[in-house]
Design a protein. Structure first.
Length: 775
């Protein structure tokens, strides 16, 4: 069965083709026969058979549409498929000639070859109707006369689409352009044209571009044209819907007095113009790139999307005061500029973005503007359609002091800062750390702000300050505040810059949690705390993310806590020295990510059937992750040595279906034991090996060979050389020589053609040489 939507559509109309299983024969005179059903007792009355479909059944115009997607050479070659297809390629509705793909560019020979190819194909289309013609080739003066001929061909072929992309790769200040022959157009051909693209052309000194009444899309790029000629042309394109003008230096204003009632999209980019004026009541999208210039787009009441990339600076006051007037109903605004922050002048400004829903600000922030994110609030105040909870989310990104300062921007904003869903207090940015004075100042600031949030619902509380014993009681109070505020997120990052062997920690007050607050908490981060000698961490049933860093806790308390976090999805345990095994017997069915880093533990055992990512940093220890059949990503940074035999024999068992493996270690070379090893990385697709290159430790190449031979689905192989401090140049050179000898013996010819082999961007000459050998 072959089905299609109607192909009698314009070039812009989508053509949908659906192919079902069918038999297609190329012979010219085969008919699709219909067999009668055979009926018999006790047997199926239907016999399945393939439906035969001829290409002759496909409408000619649809074939033309399909063939238009092919390069010209392949389009012509279809004529050999069938006698009835001998001339079918001539109905191709669009002709596209791209010099880069057809013959190359940049030489006189290629230019002549391109001209000959185009002329030969166009000769076949003589007296045929062609929907469009596109020429893409770097301009050369020898092309000029041929381009005139090709334009004449397009007009005589009743083309609706004409594109001449003649931009050289390096056009710089080249004064030459192809002079577009407007004089060749008569009223009929002007009326027929619906889409025109011109690049690296000139309108000439006596331009006759009096307009194209049915033109819907016009794209001008690096075009020589003066203000008057462009204005005359655009003023007579009454049905224009899409207009782009890029790098067309008028040296004057860009002005179109006549109405363009159908214009929906306008793009003006990097043009040397002094002003923009259009009368476009229905314009929906406006894009501008360049320095600030005055522009007027009529009432622009339908304009919803505006993108402004200012290459210079505009003041914040100007942006807030002027842009709402230019775009009174804009809903989506992207503003890219460097905006000096001057908040004082904004207090009396009443300009509004009454419909603004989406705002993206891109700043070039100078050192003197750092911390002045408060300026964003000026835009928010001018956008009443932004919902209050969204404002709270934005304000949560500000330091607490600046969050409070937003209240001065508007009477309606007097208490808006109190809906901030997350509170974050960072001592480094608020007052500094390291002195008793700073600690007292931090405590006072936090208490003052939390007092304003009394009896408010707060989504999260984050405290970041170097631990000091004077903080302990206040930290308890802040935890109580988080619980009473129904917080779902609690983070205490109390790690000092130099904690060394400091025995003191903040004892986390688990006893303050009742069943309700335990059930509410979804994300907890604890750093430089202690679980205490009588820990009551009986678990958090709805906790999804837990991050423990430099925490004093014993094996039993941690096991009890984790065993009762049934919904845990993300777990990281770093520098928590249990001095015992890390074991969780109960199932953690939702755990997707597990990171264990630099912990003094003897063994890891988890039952996590759905674990997808495992990261480990430290010496080799035994670990068991259940079946781990869902585990796709494993990253292992071994700080000590593991034997090559162990890596090859054990890793495939631990991670039977791993797809992405990063292994960082020093592997002593012991080849003999590998010969009988059949361990398979059956699902491995991505492998990254990071290793040391030393005379006595070159086993990583043998591991590479083994994995390449036993990973049938390997797609990407990346080799990354780890920096090793203390090498002298001669020592390193000898290491490379030995590694290359091993590579020559074991890697040559073993890498599949389907495997992409690469080195990291920091890899040195050794890696480059080895990769050349592998390929």
């Amino acid at each position: 069965m072959f089905t299609t939507t109607s192909s009698y559509a314009t070039a812009a109309s989508p053509v949908k083709i659906t192919l079902f299983s069918c038999g297609i024969k190329m012979e010219d005179d085969l008919d699709c026969g219909r067999k009668r059903l055979k009926r018999c007792h006790n047997k199926s009355i239907f016999r399945q058979s393939n439906t035969e479909v001829q290409f002759s059944d496909i409408p000619e115009d649809l074939l033309g549409t399909i063939l238009s997607k092919l390069p010209p050479k392949d389009t012509v070659r279809t004529s050999v498929l069938s006698n009835k297809w001998k001339h079918i390629w001539t109905v191709c509705p669009k002709l596209r000639f791209d010099g880069t793909t057809m013959c190359g560019v940049g030489t006189h020979h290629n230019t002549q070859k391109f001209i000959a190819n185009v002329n030969a194909i166009l000769k076949q289309y003589h007296d045929k109707v062609v929907e469009g013609l596109e020429i893409k080739f770097e301009f050369d003066s020898t092309l000029a006369q041929h381009l005139d001929d090709w334009v004449i061909f397009a007009l005589s072929s009743r083309a609706k689409y004409l594109a001449l992309d003649l931009l050289p790769a390096k056009f710089g200040l080249r004064p030459d352009r192809y002079r577009f022959p407007f004089e060749l157009f008569d009223d009929e051909s002007k009326s027929r044209l619906q889409h025109m693209q011109l690049s690296f052309v000139s309108f000439g000194s006596t331009c006759q571009a009096s307009g194209f009444p049915n033109l819907k899309k016009l794209d001008l790029h690096v075009v020589h044209v003066n203000r008057k000629d462009l204005e005359d042309m655009l003023s007579n394109c009454f049905n224009l819907e899409w207009l782009s003008i890029a790098r067309c230096h008028l040296g004057d204003e860009l002005k179109v007095i006549h109405q363009l009632p159908h214009l929906l999209y306008l793009n003006v980019a990097h043009c040397e113009i002094s002003r923009i004026e259009f009368s476009t009541l229905n314009l929906q999208t406006f894009v501008y790139r360049g320095p600030w210039i005055p522009f007027y787009l009529g009432c622009a009441l339908a304009l919803k999307d505006a993108t402004l990339y200012f290459t210079g600076k505009i003041t914040l006051e100007f942006a807030v005061a002027t842009l709402p007037t230019l775009f009174p109903r804009v809903q989506n605004l992207i503003l890219h500029s460097s905006l000096p922050v001057k908040v004082s002048c904004l207090l009396g400004n009443n300009s509004k973005f009454s419909q603004l829903k989406y705002l993206q600000l891109k700043f070039f922030v100078r050192n003197e503007d750092l911390g002045n994110i408060l300026s964003i609030a000026s835009f928010l105040r001018a956008a009443p359609s932004i919902e209050k909870d969204l404002l709270g989310t934005i304000l949560s990104k500000l330091p607490p002091k600046d969050t409070v300062r937003t209240s001065v921007l508007s009477n309606k904003w007097k208490h808006i800062w109190t809906v901030c869903p997350k509170l974050r207090f960072d001592g480094t940015t608020m007052c500094g750390v390291g002195t008793h004075h700073n600690t007292q100042k931090f405590i006072a600031n936090v208490n003052a702000i939390l007092k304003q949030y009394h009896d408010k619902v707060v989504e999260g509380l984050e405290i970041k300050f170097e631990f000091d014993s004077t903080l302990a009681q206040h930290l308890d109070d802040w935890v109580i505040f988080a619980l009473s505020s129904r917080a779902k997120y609690l983070a205490l990052d109390l790690l000092p810059a130099k904690f060394g062997l400091r025995p003191d920690r903040y004892r986390f007050p688990f006893e303050l949690f009742d069943d309700e607050s335990k059930s509410r908490l979804q994300h907890m981060q604890l750093s430089f705390v202690s679980f205490g000698s009588t820990c009551q961490a009986s678990g958090f049933p709805n906790l999804k993310k837990l991050d423990l860093h430099v925490v004093h806790v014993n094996r039993k308390d941690l096991e009890d806590m984790l065993s009762n976090c049934f919904n845990l999805e993300w777990l990281s345990i770093a520098r928590c020295h249990l001095g015992d095994e890390l074991k969780v017997i109960h199932q953690l069915p939702h755990l997707l990510y597990l990171n264990v880093a630099h912990c003094e533990i003897s063994r890891i055992e988890f039952s996590a059937l759905n674990l997808q990512t495992f990261v480990y940093r430290g010496p080799w220890i035994p670990f068991y992750l259940g079946c781990a059949l869902a585990l796709k990503d494993a990253t292992l940074y071994f700080t000590g040595k593991i034997t090559l035999e162990f890596a090859v024999a054990t890793l495939p068992t631990l991670f039977p279906r791993v797809q992405n493996l990063i292994l960082h270690s020093s592997l002593p070379l012991k080849v003999s034991c590998l010969l009988g090893n059949n361990s398979k990385f059956s699902q491995l697709k991505y492998l990254q090996l990071k290793f040391f290159v030393r005379n006595e430790d070159l086993g990583q190449v043998e591991l590479l060979v083994h994995i390449v031979e036993n990973a049938p689905k390997l797609e990407v192989l990346t080799i990354d050389r780890v920096n090793y401090f203390g090498f002298d140049e001669e020592h390193e050179r000898q290491s490379r020589i030995k590694a290359l000898d091993i590579a020559k013996r074991h890697l040559d010819g073993r890498v599949s053609q389907n495997t992409k082999v690469s080195a990291s961007v920091t890899a040195d000459v050794f890696i480059s040489q080895m990769l050349l050998l592998v390929k």
